[in-house]
Design a protein around this ligand. Structure first.
Ligand code: CUA
Length: 352
């Protein structure tokens, strides 16, 4: 059996319809899912929480609308043409032969050019917004952001604070970020607060962010930097100015002296072991610079480069086998005994 002559066209039509419907579904289902608010906060560029990301999101929305209109028009014309000009049964005649259509050609040259020029101008305007800090210099602060494999270090030069994993900022204030790297290229990205900015070794890149409301904003290293690139998270904790001032006071204080027996034992394990070679705890003999400063580790929401929440169980898990939790971790497995892990966990958690 040779089949009907329409079969290949029907197949093509079916395919086009199916693809169109599928694309539509994907758009309809995914866009609101990304934009949705909820707990835990959606680290989505479509759910902006500051002026920078708002400018980026509104540019994206315009591009999305334009692209959707172009998609619907082009796909619509393809489907209409395929239906209207299909080969009909028992119609053996050749279709009208045409060549060229000046009007159509001018239209499909000018229209895309206009769209591209419009997008170019809008992108320049968004860039202008990103370059214009909304606040006076007095309402700004500076944080040095240093990428490490695989965690972020945050230095507050004006406040004398060095911390890691959680970037704590006050709401409503412009935070100038000076980005660099201790090893390879990383990229600092908090979708709700800023655009991606690379962190290079031996070079400082500048960007800024401002959080409108208190909350925790998640981000991700956005430049492939090694085995645990995907585990190199960014956690921004935005506090009200009053809470932020309180946090600054706590961070400026030296490390708390452990009071309970287990934590005191942990302090001994820490200072007698390999820990002090890599970590700093202000006010103690530990002044290593390879790993995160742990002076107030107990006050942080996250650990292990932001991949784990800072709970007793996770800290225990981390100390038991760091490279097992975060592949490629520079902190080795120190083969700590259970007693040592208990003591260290109590000590580190007491460092509020
Ligand atoms: Cu750091 Cu990817």
């Amino acid at each position: 059996m040779n089949g009907s002559p329409r079969t290949p066209i029907r197949r093509a039509l079916l395919l086009i319809c199916a693809l169109t419907v599928m694309t539509g579904f994907v758009l309809v289902l995914t866009v609101p899912a990304f934009a949705q608010e909820g707990t835990p906060p959606q680290p989505s560029a479509l759910n902006p929480a500051g002026p920078n990301s708002a400018a980026i999101a509104s540019l994206f929305n315009v591009v999305l609308v334009m692209a959707t209109v172009v998609f619907v028009v082009v796909e619509g014309l393809i489907i209409i043409s395929a239906f209207r000009f299909r080969r009909r049964a028992r119609d053996a005649s050749e279709p009208t032969q045409v060549h060229g259509n000046t009007k159509a050609e001018i239209a499909w040259t000018i229209l895309p050019a206009l769209i591209v020029v419009t997008l170019f101008v809008m992108a320049l305007q968004a860039q202008q917004t990103l370059d214009t800090k909304p606040a006076a210099a007095a309402e700004q602060m500076t944080v040095k952001v240093i990428g490490h494999q695989f965690w972020w270090e945050y230095q507050y030069p004006d406040l004398g604070i060095v911390t890691a994993t959680d970037l704590v900022i006050p709401t409503g204030k412009v935070v100038n970020l000076e980005l660099s790297s201790a090893d390879v290229i990383h990229s600092f990205w908090v979708p709700q607060l800023n655009g991606k900015t690379d962190a290079f070794p031996n070079h400082v890149n500048f960007t800024w962010m401002q959080a409108n409301t208190p909350g925790v904003y998640y981000g991700q290293c956005a430049e492939l930097c090694g085995a645990s690139h995907a585990n190199m998270r960014v956690v921004v904790v935005a506090k009200t100015p009053e809470e932020f001032d309180q946090w600054v006071k706590e961070q400026q204080a030296p490390a708390a002296e452990p009071t309970d027996a287990l934590a005191q034992q942990g302090q001994l394990v820490f200072s007698a072991g390999a820990c002090i070679g890599c970590h700093t705890i202000d006010g103690t003999a530990a002044n290593g610079k390879v790993g995160p400063n742990l002076t107030h580790m107990g006050s942080r929401t996250s650990l292990a480069g932001g991949m784990l929440t800072n709970t007793e169980g996770n800290l225990r898990r981390w100390l038991t086998n760091p490279p097992g939790v975060k592949p490629g971790s520079i902190m080795p497995n120190l083969n700590l005994t259970k007693t040592e892990i208990d003591a260290l966990t109590a000590y580190l958690q007491s460092l509020k």
